[in-house]
Design a protein around this ligand. Structure first.
Ligand code: CTP
Ligand code: MG
Length: 401
């Protein structure tokens, strides 16, 4: 028999509990409130994506209020590279009920149960927990209590304050990990618990602890959001890209600029619709994102792009930016054209382009367009072509870990 004992691979389902009401936060449920550029619940997905990529987890169950199931399904589909690995289900009226439903939907031997209210989860913390859990042991991440503790009791007019030793006192975080079937069995009565560790120890099962992570804070009160916003803002990444394009002006072609047909005896020649302005904007955006340029994404020798409406290609480029969490901060475009007179079209073009940007972000008024004539010199001035250049600045939330 081999002396080396074969290590059994543990298989995990990852549960994101996001079905609460956020009563202590006030307002609409906190998990749908934006932190930086995305709703709170979406922050945990950067970690689940990485764990799925590395095959450390096999499925993710997102538990949300019933009214949000369809919306969250669509949003998950937009974000994930592993659409088949996500299930979105409706939760219950208590956290325990929500988790119980998710445990029933899950398939794997072990579960990691995480609060969507903790956006700054790290892969490292998950790994510590996953390495420690076993068929006998549940695992929770903990941190020592550092403040002095007081017990305060209000008895009619009197307030009684007594000191409580913080010795052996720890704050508990999520994710918490357990063997799934055992935990589900423990939750079969309809008792509500603060977390799964509570029922686990009540059932006299063994619980291990690993070191938690101070950044893995929970959003409970409005001030927690304020602190989280400061952390996110400090980690914001900005990038600027440049775009340039040129197309010949010829008779018998429709002139299209920024997706808008323009009344003109001359149009721009090209394999696609020749929309020099949209091409330039796309290249500036792709350049800022560090993605391949339009020539590589939409090759001119591919018949699919013959006479393509470039505005639709812009929508594809925007979807790529969205996948990488980029948001457009600003685009500045200079179009060089001798004819036709384009000033009356600028606002229409801006509106058209803004309608595409609105598909990926709420912020409006993010593009500026200037037209320069060719002063009757050079190929632009002789109305042989139009040239366009643009700069685009993108931003995204950096990872805290
Ligand atoms: N949760 C859940 N289902 C519930 C209640 C809570 O999935 N019925 C989730 C929350 O969405 C949150 C996590 O459990 O991500 C931790 O709970 P908590 O911070 O208490 O969130 P809420 O219950 O939403 O907030 P509150 O207690 O202030 O109402
Ligand atoms: Mg709660």
């Amino acid at each position: 028999m081999s002396a080396i004992k074969e290590k059994k691979i543990k298989r995990f389902s990852f549960i994101i509990a996001a079905a609460g009401l956020g009563e202590r936060m006030g307002g609409s449920p906190k998990q749908f409130r934006n932190l930086g550029e995305k709703p709170l619940w979406q922050w945990s997905l950067s970690v689940t994506e990485e764990l799925l990529e590395e095959k450390k987890i096999n499925e993710v169950i997102v538990v949300v209020p019933g009214f949000a199931v369809e919306r969250v399904k669509k949003e998950v589909a937009k974000i994930t590279r592993f659409p088949l690995c996500y299930v979105v289900i409706a939760g219950g009226t208590t956290r325990t009920e929500s988790v119980k439903k998710a445990l029933k939907s899950a398939h794997e031997e072990f579960v990691l149960i995480h609060d969507a209210a903790r956006p700054f989860l790290s892969v490292k913390l998950c790994e510590r927990i996953m390495d420690t859990v076993s068929s006998e042991h549940g695992v929770i991440p903990v941190l020592p209590v550092t403040d002095a503790l007081k017990k305060i009791e209000r008895l009619e007019k009197n307030i009684m304050v007594s000191s409580v030793s913080r010795d052996k006192m720890y704050r508990t975080q999520t994710p918490q990990a357990f063997p799934r079937a055992i935990l589900l069995e423990m939750l079969k009565d309809n008792v509500s618990y603060k977390d799964e560790a509570e029922v686990w120890v009540k059932s006299k099962c063994l619980l291990e602890t690993v070191e938690g992570d101070s950044l893995n804070m929970k959003m409970t009160y409005p001030d927690d959001f304020k602190i989280a916003e400061i952390l996110v803002e400090r980690k914001k990444e900005y990038r600027t890209g440049h775009g340039f394009d040129i197309h010949p002006l010829v008779p018998s072609r429709i002139l299209i600029l920024g997706g808008v047909p323009i009344d003109s005896p001359l149009g721009l020649d090209g394999y696609s619709d020749g929309d020099v302005l949209t091409h330039t904007v796309m290249d500036a955006l792709l350049g800022a994102a560090g993605l391949p340029d339009i020539g590589r994404i939409f090759p001119a020798n591919d018949p699919i792009y013959k006479d393509a409406y470039s505005f639709e290609l812009l929508q594809e480029v925007l979807a790529l930016l969205q996948k990488e969490n980029w948001k457009i901060e600003w685009i500045d475009v200079t179009l060089q054209a001798q004819v036709p007179h384009l000033a009356p079209y600028i606002d229409v073009i801006i509106q058209k382009l803004e309608s595409a940007f609105a598909q990926i972000q709420e912020q409006k008024n993010i593009i500026h367009i200037k037209i320069k004539s060719g002063e009757h010199i050079g190929p632009v001035g002789r109305a042989e072509c139009m040239m366009c250049s643009a700069v685009a600045t993108l931003s995204r939330n950096g990872r805290l870990h």
